[in-house]
Design a protein around this ligand. Structure first.
Ligand code: C5P
Length: 300
């Protein structure tokens, strides 16, 4: 095999209930997560040493050293080295899992370049697999969910995962181009213990039913994130007042917010309008679901 190209889709928290806090300070979550048709791309070419280059429209300020989770995740698999080229399309520190998605993509790509590890993983015989997932969780609580890239319910600190089948949703993602630090948002959260989602998540017949159900759920980090970065409130107001979306909510710890639509045309039209009206914002129309499920690239 000569090289792999891996898609790293944006992670969207359709809900994010904070249900408690562990003794080590990490928060317990109950979150419904899905993945988007927008994301970063990672090229991996085998080489003699491990290296990373960052390019693309959102590359500015993204580290290319071991501060970058993609490089640290690749190092977990590395045998003979590889050159990673990360094409950044997702804004950094924006609540849609960019760094975690890149780390997951790097790990999956490196696995594919390493035939032995790939086959051991693919047939479930790799005893080191759990050790690897634990190491990836230490890199970032969101990394394990980004490895599966399927709609999921995430509990624990975000690492206890259950696949939840969801109908496709159409969305416009909007980021006011203000990075938000996740720890600062958790710190600003005053109520640490809030109700979880219902124990049973129903089967949703279509996007309209899902959007309606989501209206009864929350992102508990929305208010503290707005306190840290008031521009988030402006984004939510614009999504609600100017796009006709069925629901506007923030993802993760912000600042990216999403508006949900039942049709692709409606989402695209909203994205076009916001892109023109707010040229300083990052705007992306996309599909949310499992059709972008980043299955392991085939070993050739
Ligand atoms: O794991 P990750 O690096 O994404 O987390 C960044 C920070 O966010 C943690 O250091 C912690 O302060 C906070 N966090 C938390 N509870 C979680 C996930 C993250 O308190 N479940």
């Amino acid at each position: 095999m000569t090289a792999v190209n891996v898609f790293a889709p944006a992670k969207i928290n359709l809900t994010l209930h904070v249900t408690g806090q562990r003794a080590d300070g990490y928060h317990l979550l109950d979150s419904l997560v899905t993945f988007a048709s927008v994301g970063d791309r990672l090229d991996i070419v085998p080489g003699n040493a491990l290296s990373l280059t960052v390019e693309g429209p959102e590359a500015a300020g993204v580290p290319a050293d071991l501060d970058n989770l993609a490089l640290r995740a690749a190092a977990l698999i590395q045998k003979d080295g590889a050159a990673l080229v990360l094409e950044k399309h997702l804004p950094a520190a924006s609540g849609i899992g960019g760094g975690s998605a890149d780390a997951a993509a790097a790990w999956r790509g490196m696995l594919c370049l390493n035939d032995d590890a790939y086959h051991a993983f693919a047939d479930g015989s790799d005893h080191h697999f759990k050790t690897q997932i634990d190491a990836l969780t230490r890199l970032g609580a969101d990394v394990p969910m980004c490895i599966a890239c399927k709609p999921m319910r995430a509990r624990g600190i975000g690492d206890q995962l259950d696949v939840v089948p969801l109908p496709a949703l159409y969305a416009v993602l909007v980021n006011p181009r203000r990075p938000v630090s996740t720890p600062s948002v958790f710190k600003a959260l005053t109520s640490k213990v809030n109700p979880p989602m219902p124990e049973a998540i129903p089967a949703f017949a279509d996007a309209a039913v899902l959007i309606d159900w989501l209206k009864g759920m929350r992102n508990d980090l929305e208010a503290p994130a707005i306190a840290v970065q008031p521009a988030i409130a402006d984004v939510l107001t614009v999504l609600e007042a100017q796009t006709g979306c069925g629901l506007a909510r923030m993802s993760g710890s912000g600042a990216t917010c999403f508006g949900l639509f039942e049709t692709e045309d409606a989402a695209k039209e909203a994205a076009r309008r916001l892109y023109t009206a707010y040229p300083d914002w990052w705007v992306a129309g996309c599909v949310l679901g499992d059709q972008f499920n980043a299955a392991l690239p085939k070993v050739s």
